[in-house]
Design a protein around this ligand. Sequence first.
Ligand SMILES: Nc1nc2c(ncn2[C@@H]2O[C@H](COP(=O)(O)OP(=O)(O)OP(=O)(O)O)[C@@H](O)[C@H]2O)c(=O)[nH]1
Ligand SMILES: [Mg+2]
Length: 356
Amino acid sequence: MRVKKYVGDTIQDTIFKVKADLGPDAIILNTRKYKQGGFMGLFSRTKVEVLAALEDKKTSHRDENSEKALKEINNLKKMVQAMNEKWESDSFLNKLPDNLSSIYKYLVNQRVDKGYCQELMKKLKNASVDSQKSLISLLERKLNQVIGNPEPIRVNRNEQKVVLFAGPTGVGKTTTIAKLAARFALDKEVKVGLITADTYRIAAVQQLQTYSDIINIPLHVVYNERELSQIIRDKLKKYQLILVDTAGSSWNDQLQLGRLKKFASRNYVDEIHLLISMSTKSEDIKGILKKFSIIKPDKLLLTKLDETTTYGDIVNIKREYKLPYSYITYGQDVPDDIKPARKEELIQYILGDLNG
Ligand SMILES: Nc1nc2c(ncn2[C@@H]2O[C@H](COP(=O)(O)OP(=O)(O)OP(=O)(O)O)[C@@H](O)[C@H]2O)c(=O)[nH]1
Ligand SMILES: [Mg+2]
C-alpha cells in the first residue's frame, strides 16, 4: 500500500490533489486542520492535511481478475440459458426417445449439421436397436461411409511425384510440409526435395530453410510457374517426392488465388492438398472450400485438430465435397504431430465422449 500526505488550503482542493495523484481508487486515511505561520496566534493561516493511500497493484490486479471471472461466469450463465432455450425450442428433440435424445444433443453440440443429425436419428430409430452400445456402433458405421478412406501421399520409387499444398494464411502449410518431408525422408528414406513459392515474406523462406537444413534436403525458391517447372525438371529431376509450399491466400483475395492457380497447374503438379484448419468457423470453411475450388484440389488435409473440441465439420465437409482426406495434424511438433487421416480416428474425434 502506498501512503502519501497532501496539504492544501481547503478540504476540497486537498482531496482534488489526492485524486489527481493517486486516482479514483485512493482511500482517505485521515484529515486534519492546523494553523501555519503568523505571530503568537495572530495572522496564521488554516491549512488542511490529508493522509491518503492506494492499494498496491497486486490487489488491483486481483480485482481485475475477479471482475474478469465475474464476466466469464455471466457469459457462461447466458450460454447455458441459450442452450436450454435452444433445446426447448427443438421440436425434433422433444419427440425423440431418451436413448436417442442424448446422442442427438451430443452430435448437434459437436456442430454436425442439424439436418444430418435428424436424418441419422431417423435411421437409428428405424434400425430398432436399443442398447446404447449398438446405437453408437450403428452410428459409427454411418459416419464411416461418409468419411471414407484416407488417401495419404503414395510414392512410387521409380517415379517423381510433385505435391502442392495450398490453403488460407496461417493454416499450417509450411509446418505440415516440414512434418511430411521429415517422415518421408527420414523414416521412409524417400528422396525428398522442397520448393517454396511463398516469396511474399522473407521469413517464410527462412522458416522452410531451417527445416530443410535439419532434415538435410534441398530447398528451392521460385517466383513464377516457369521457374517451378524448371526446378522440377532440372535441379530436382532425380527426386522422388517434391513438396511445394505456397503463400497463404486470403480466400477473399481473387488476385492471390489467381496467382496460386498458376502454380497449381497440372502441367507440373501431380497432387494438390487443400489445408483446412479445424479451428476455423464452419461458415468460413464453406467459403474457403468454395473459393479454393478454382485450383481443383485433389485431397483435403485437416490441421489444428488440437485447437478445438468440436469436430462436426469433419462430417459436414465430406457430405458436401467428395474429396478424400489425406492427413490430420494435431500440434506444432515437427515431425510428430501428423498422421494419415484414418476414418476410425476421425470418428473417434467426433464421437469421443459419447463412447465414454
Ligand atoms: N496447434 C497447432 N498449431 C499448428 C498446427 N500446424 C501448424 N501450427 C502452427 O500454426 C502456425 C502457422 O503455421 P505455418 O506452417 O507457418 O502456417 P502457413 O499456412 O504456412 O502460414 P502462411 O505461410 O503464413 O500462410 C505456426 O505457429 C505453427 O506451429 C497444428 O496442427 N496444431
Ligand atoms: Mg507458410
